[in-house]
Design a protein around this ligand. Sequence first.
Ligand code: HEC
Length: 118
Amino acid sequence: MSVRYFTLSVIVFLLVICACKDQQTAPAEIPAPPPEPIDIESVQTVLPQAGNVALIEANCVPCHSLRYIEMQPQLSYKAWEKIVNKMITAYGAPIRDSVTKQDIINYLYAIKGNKEEH
Ligand code: HEC
Protein backbone atom coordinates (compact mmCIF):
# COMPACT_ATOMS: atom_id res chain seq x y z
CA MET A 1 0.00 0.00 0.00
CA SER A 2 1.42 3.34 -0.94
CA VAL A 3 1.75 6.13 1.55
CA ARG A 4 -0.87 8.07 -0.39
CA TYR A 5 -3.47 5.31 -0.02
CA PHE A 6 -2.59 4.88 3.59
CA THR A 7 -3.07 8.61 4.31
CA LEU A 8 -6.32 8.61 2.36
CA SER A 9 -7.61 5.61 4.32
CA VAL A 10 -6.74 7.29 7.61
CA ILE A 11 -8.59 10.47 6.58
CA VAL A 12 -11.64 8.48 5.44
CA PHE A 13 -11.54 6.50 8.70
CA LEU A 14 -11.40 9.71 10.78
CA LEU A 15 -14.24 11.28 8.80
CA VAL A 16 -16.42 8.22 9.37
CA ILE A 17 -15.67 8.31 13.10
CA CYS A 18 -16.49 12.01 13.28
CA ALA A 19 -19.74 11.54 11.37
CA CYS A 20 -20.81 8.70 13.68
CA LYS A 21 -19.90 10.68 16.74
CA ASP A 22 -21.98 13.65 15.53
CA GLN A 23 -24.92 11.38 15.00
CA GLN A 24 -24.65 10.08 18.51
CA THR A 25 -24.50 13.46 20.21
CA ALA A 26 -27.06 15.21 18.02
CA PRO A 27 -30.26 15.77 20.01
CA ALA A 28 -32.96 13.38 19.01
CA GLU A 29 -35.80 15.11 17.25
CA ILE A 30 -39.00 14.39 19.12
CA PRO A 31 -42.03 15.07 16.97
CA ALA A 32 -44.44 17.50 18.60
CA PRO A 33 -47.61 15.81 19.76
CA PRO A 34 -50.71 16.84 17.86
CA PRO A 35 -52.51 19.74 19.58
CA GLU A 36 -55.42 18.75 21.70
CA PRO A 37 -58.43 20.99 22.25
CA ILE A 38 -58.54 22.62 25.69
CA ASP A 39 -61.73 23.61 27.42
CA ILE A 40 -61.45 27.15 28.68
CA GLU A 41 -64.36 28.32 30.72
CA SER A 42 -65.19 31.86 29.78
CA VAL A 43 -65.72 34.22 32.66
CA GLN A 44 -68.40 36.81 32.32
CA THR A 45 -68.36 39.51 34.93
CA VAL A 46 -71.46 41.57 35.42
CA LEU A 47 -70.99 44.59 37.66
CA PRO A 48 -73.92 45.98 39.65
CA GLN A 49 -76.25 47.52 37.08
CA ALA A 50 -76.60 50.91 38.67
CA GLY A 51 -75.60 54.50 38.07
CA ASN A 52 -72.80 54.91 35.59
CA VAL A 53 -72.11 51.24 34.87
CA ALA A 54 -72.37 51.99 31.14
CA LEU A 55 -69.34 54.28 31.45
CA ILE A 56 -67.32 51.45 32.96
CA GLU A 57 -68.38 49.05 30.24
CA ALA A 58 -67.49 51.55 27.54
CA ASN A 59 -64.17 52.72 28.97
CA CYS A 60 -62.68 49.72 30.71
CA VAL A 61 -63.73 46.65 28.72
CA PRO A 62 -61.74 47.50 25.57
CA CYS A 63 -58.56 46.54 27.44
CA HIS A 64 -59.56 43.95 30.01
CA SER A 65 -62.32 42.07 31.70
CA LEU A 66 -64.42 43.70 34.39
CA ARG A 67 -63.17 40.97 36.66
CA TYR A 68 -60.17 43.19 37.44
CA ILE A 69 -62.60 45.52 39.12
CA GLU A 70 -64.63 42.77 40.76
CA MET A 71 -61.46 41.23 42.24
CA GLN A 72 -60.43 44.39 44.05
CA PRO A 73 -61.10 44.77 47.76
CA GLN A 74 -63.19 47.65 49.11
CA LEU A 75 -60.96 50.63 48.35
CA SER A 76 -60.90 54.19 49.51
CA TYR A 77 -61.98 56.95 47.12
CA LYS A 78 -58.35 58.01 46.75
CA ALA A 79 -57.27 54.46 45.89
CA TRP A 80 -59.90 54.22 43.12
CA GLU A 81 -58.85 57.61 41.84
CA LYS A 82 -55.27 56.42 41.75
CA ILE A 83 -56.20 53.26 39.80
CA VAL A 84 -58.22 55.19 37.23
CA ASN A 85 -55.37 57.69 36.84
CA LYS A 86 -52.96 54.80 36.34
CA MET A 87 -55.20 53.38 33.60
CA ILE A 88 -55.06 56.73 31.85
CA THR A 89 -51.42 57.74 32.30
CA ALA A 90 -49.62 54.39 32.37
CA TYR A 91 -51.80 52.30 30.08
CA GLY A 92 -53.36 54.94 27.85
CA ALA A 93 -57.05 54.55 28.65
CA PRO A 94 -58.66 57.19 26.43
CA ILE A 95 -60.65 58.99 29.14
CA ARG A 96 -60.15 62.63 28.25
CA ASP A 97 -63.15 64.19 29.90
CA SER A 98 -62.77 64.99 33.61
CA VAL A 99 -66.50 64.67 34.24
CA THR A 100 -66.50 61.14 32.79
CA LYS A 101 -63.48 60.33 34.90
CA GLN A 102 -65.22 61.62 38.01
CA ASP A 103 -68.36 59.62 37.23
CA ILE A 104 -66.27 56.48 36.78
CA ILE A 105 -64.52 56.96 40.13
CA ASN A 106 -67.84 57.66 41.82
CA TYR A 107 -69.31 54.45 40.44
CA LEU A 108 -66.29 52.38 41.51
CA TYR A 109 -66.40 53.88 44.97
CA ALA A 110 -70.15 53.27 45.19
CA ILE A 111 -69.87 49.56 44.38
CA LYS A 112 -66.51 48.81 46.02
CA GLY A 113 -65.73 51.65 48.33
CA ASN A 114 -64.21 51.47 51.75
CA LYS A 115 -66.55 53.98 53.30
CA GLU A 116 -64.48 54.22 56.48
CA GLU A 117 -61.45 55.82 54.85
CA HIS A 118 -62.70 58.18 52.14
C1 HEC B 1 -55.71 51.11 27.67
C2 HEC B 1 -55.99 49.90 28.35
C3 HEC B 1 -56.76 49.93 29.63
C4 HEC B 1 -57.96 50.53 29.87
C5 HEC B 1 -58.84 51.31 28.91
C6 HEC B 1 -58.28 50.24 31.25
N1 HEC B 1 -57.31 49.46 31.81
FE1 HEC B 1 -57.31 48.70 33.70
N2 HEC B 1 -55.60 47.76 33.33
C7 HEC B 1 -54.87 47.84 32.17
C8 HEC B 1 -53.65 47.09 32.32
C9 HEC B 1 -52.56 46.92 31.26
C10 HEC B 1 -53.67 46.57 33.61
C11 HEC B 1 -52.60 45.78 34.31
C12 HEC B 1 -52.73 44.35 33.98
C13 HEC B 1 -51.72 43.53 34.73
O1 HEC B 1 -50.94 44.07 35.52
O2 HEC B 1 -51.75 42.33 34.51
C14 HEC B 1 -54.92 46.99 34.23
C15 HEC B 1 -55.31 46.63 35.51
C16 HEC B 1 -56.44 47.09 36.13
C17 HEC B 1 -56.84 46.76 37.47
C18 HEC B 1 -56.09 45.82 38.42
C19 HEC B 1 -55.40 46.56 39.51
C20 HEC B 1 -54.23 47.37 39.07
O3 HEC B 1 -54.05 48.45 39.65
O4 HEC B 1 -53.47 46.97 38.17
C21 HEC B 1 -57.99 47.45 37.74
C22 HEC B 1 -58.79 47.48 39.03
C23 HEC B 1 -58.32 48.18 36.54
N3 HEC B 1 -57.36 47.92 35.56
C24 HEC B 1 -59.42 48.99 36.41
C25 HEC B 1 -59.74 49.68 35.25
C26 HEC B 1 -60.89 50.55 35.13
C27 HEC B 1 -61.89 50.86 36.24
C28 HEC B 1 -60.90 51.00 33.85
C29 HEC B 1 -61.91 51.92 33.20
C30 HEC B 1 -62.03 53.22 33.79
C31 HEC B 1 -59.74 50.45 33.18
N4 HEC B 1 -59.07 49.65 34.07
C32 HEC B 1 -59.42 50.70 31.86
C33 HEC B 1 -55.22 48.49 31.02
C34 HEC B 1 -56.36 49.24 30.87
